[in-house]
Design a protein around this ligand. Structure first.
Ligand SMILES: O=C(O)CCC(=O)C(=O)O
Length: 285
């Protein structure tokens, strides 16, 4: 199965969708992955959790069966290092084409992926919520917020299984004071947030069918609540950067492990094998 090869033009955003993204900081695509593709992807997700690495290379901080807490959120970074099916999701050309259109840029590269599994009912106190955050807070190793995340739903998602929630327009508010992926108390976080005057904190649930992909800007505030359903919520967050994204050393030491592959080349564009190109307008010539 070749999931990455062809750019599906029928899935690209129309001009009004690009305007919506520019105004609100997020957008939801039509279905990109078929049921058969998703079944294969999910099987490979489970292989990763069993510690079976097709390429022989382990991802970063993988959750492992029999070893890690079954009730916690499973977050595996760089699954594309380890598994070719998951890699095909992370470098999917249609995802790249959509990201380029929304960011109004020519080239989209993979920064890193994050495989996610939010267990179903029974999580008890370890609710596996994702606290309000802006992705750029974690990417101070990039000179500017020229990044976008594509979140691929492997299962249907809605509020009952802890779908992501977006705060529209928040990508226009700059980097805020409250940013914590692992915080469980989203209400407390919201109260402490410095929202700009004349702006309102409102949330929109990202309700999708399996195979759809949501996109959010690196400054868009988002988080997610508990999964109260019987089934796990499965997905992959594909963190993407525009072709002009440059490396910046973060003096606070918050250098993402993928940025370490830049070997301190301050001010240089992220390019090369470590950051595969998903899409470039040049290939369209
Ligand atoms: O899966 C979630 O609930 C949050 C994922 C996330 O923070 C992201 O994709 O940037």
């Amino acid at each position: 199965m070749s999931m990455n090869g062809q750019l599906r033009k029928d899935c690209l955003p129309a001009q009004e969708d690009v305007t919506f993204f520019s105004e609100n900081g997020y957008w939801i695509s039509p279905i990109i992955f078929s049921e058969d593709e998703l079944a294969e992807i999910v099987a490979h997700q489970d292989r990763l959790y069993r510690g079976e690495y097709e390429t022989g290379k382990a991802p970063v901080c993988n959750w492992l069966e029999g070893q890690d807490n079954p009730r916690a959120l499973r977050k595996t970074d760089n699954s594309h290092w380890s598994d070719l099916t998951l890699r095909n999701v992370a470098v999917n050309a249609t995802i790249g084409g959509i990201a380029a259109a929304l960011m109004e840029t020519e080239t989209i590269r993979l920064f890193h992926d994050q495989l996610l599994y939010k267990p179903g009912r029974g999580t008890g106190k370890e609710t596996a919520n994702v606290g309000w955050h802006q992705d750029y807070a974690y990417w101070q190793c990039c000179a500017g917020p020229t990044l976008i995340t594509a979140w691929v739903a492997f299962t249907d998602v809605d509020l009952s299984n802890g779908c992501m929630q977006m705060v529209p327009r928040s990508h226009k508010w700059g980097l805020l004071n409250v940013n914590d992926f692992f915080e469980q108390n989203l209400e407390k976080q919201q109260q402490a947030m410095d929202i700009p005057e004349n702006e309102k904190f409102s949330t929109v649930p990202v309700i999708m069918k399996a195979g759809q992909v949501s996109f959010h800007h690196a400054l868009t505030i988002h988080g997610s609540g508990p999964n109260t359903s019987d089934q796990a919520r499965r997905s992959m967050a594909v963190h993407l950067m525009t072709g002009e994204t440059k490396y910046k050393y973060d003096a606070k030491g918050n250098n993402h492990f993928n940025a370490q592959m830049m070997n301190g080349r301050e001010g240089e564009i992220y390019e090369g094998e470590a950051w595969p190109v998903l899409y470039t307008a040049k290939s369209e010539l």
